[in-house]
Ligand binder design. Structure first.
Ligand SMILES: Cc1cc2nc3c(=O)[nH]c(=O)nc-3n(C[C@H](O)[C@H](O)[C@H](O)COP(=O)(O)OP(=O)(O)OC[C@H]3O[C@@H](n4cnc5c(N)ncnc54)[C@H](O)[C@@H]3O)c2cc1C
Length: 311
């Protein structure tokens, strides 16, 4: 066991974790942030226009700025890459186990985000990364002058379609609802983009291919007279699943969707254990809301430690 006891360990190196680290450092808390993928989900978009203070920047730029800001307090904040595999409460401390080490801390801020929700239809597994993708910014380039589709109706589905349209000759958005829920500026861009075609009230029932790649998809409702749509790429944007298992195993309460329940102080049911960002049960999940929850978590952790010392 390392002799150092942290005031807080932040699990997750996305924007929520970085926000928490900045504030914890500012409050003079001995802080360790451990995250698997530096920057997290926001780096998957090249267009962030709704983070106050910056009218437009890429997700990578936003993540880098937040990380740099946290490291302004480098006398207090350490950032490590790593995966946490277990958490346990021992007396009034927490033991945090990574794949290689274990650490001791008075408080935990859990900001592990989410993983993609998968489209469970035949062909999905077989063509993963051979035509089936989750990140238009990462893989859109492979569909230069080809036909591709985005499945989903959220703002990120709309943004994925816009990124894809920069490369592909045609992009379908296939959504089971009757109107995509993109933010108005993105909806306007989608509707104005001649390469993008919206197919509503439709589900994909199968992804078909030739063994090497995707060649078409089957739909449950005929589109322009056919239930088969020829294309080479399918980008799935049908939502996310909270990565809360490790917290849950440590006794943290989650809702029916597996999201960690927090109150307005980012507190969970376990004293000293806080959570923030996409992994929590908030209805609106964005970079700014995750950062705010992270900052609140850091302040709550600071108060918790202060109150303990005062006893
Ligand atoms: C395509 C797309 C576009 C988007 N566009 C915008 C936008 O324009 N504006 C906006 O505000 N939001 C946008 N969002 C939403 C935004 O990206 C998220 O709300 C935000 O990034 C969530 O941050 P987070 O830190 O809570 O989680 P994440 O960014 O998911 O970060 C979680 C971190 O935890 C790590 N982690 C997970 N499990 C472990 C473990 N066991 N051990 C260690 N580390 C672990 C991950 O590797 C990662 O580093 C977009 C999302 C998508 C998908």
């Amino acid at each position: 066991m390392a002799s150092k006891i942290y005031d807080t360990i932040i699990i997750g190196g996305g924007v929520s974790g970085y926000g928490a680290a900045m504030y914890a450092g500012r409050l003079g808390m001995k802080t360790l942030l451990i995250g698997e993928t530096p920057g997290g989900t926001i780096i998957l978009t090249d267009r962030v226009e709704n983070y106050p203070g910056f009218s437009k920047l890429t997700g990578q730029e936003l993540a880098d700025k937040l990380k740099e800001h946290a490291l302004d307090y480098k006398d207090f904040v350490e950032i490590k890459e790593g995966k946490i595999i277990k958490l346990e409460k021992k007396g009034d401390k927490f033991i945090v186990h990574s794949e290689k080490e274990k650490f001791e801390t008075i408080t935990v801020i859990y900001a592990t985000g989410t993983k993609w929700r998968e489209l469970n239809v035949p062909g999905h597994e077989e063509y993963k990364n051979k035509g089936v993708h989750y990140c238009a910014l990462c893989d859109g380039f492979f569909y230069r002058n080809k036909v591709a589709a985005v499945v989903g109706g959220s703002d990120s589905a709309a943004k994925d379609a816009l990124v894809l349209a920069e490369h592909a000759s045609k992009v379908y958005i296939i959504y089971r609802g009757d109107k995509i829920r993109a933010e108005p500026p993105n909806l306007k861009r989608v509707e104005a983009n001649k390469k993008i075609e919206l197919i509503y009230k439709t589900n994909i029932t199968e992804i078909k291919g030739d063994g090497k790649g995707v060649t078409s998809i089957l739909l449950d409702t005929a589109y322009k007279g056919s239930k088969q749509l020829k294309l080479e790429g399918v980008f799935i944007a049908i939502g996310h699943i909270a990565l809360s298992d490790i917290a849950k195993a440590a006794g943290v309460e989650v809702n029916e969707k597996g999201e960690i329940k927090i109150n307005r102080n980012s507190e969970t049911n376990i004293p000293g254990f806080y959570a923030a960002g996409d992994v929590v049960d908030s209805h609106f999940k964005q970079a700014i809301t995750g950062v705010a929850e992270g900052v609140i978590a850091a302040y709550s952790a600071y108060e918790y430690i202060g109150n303990k010392k005062a006893k």
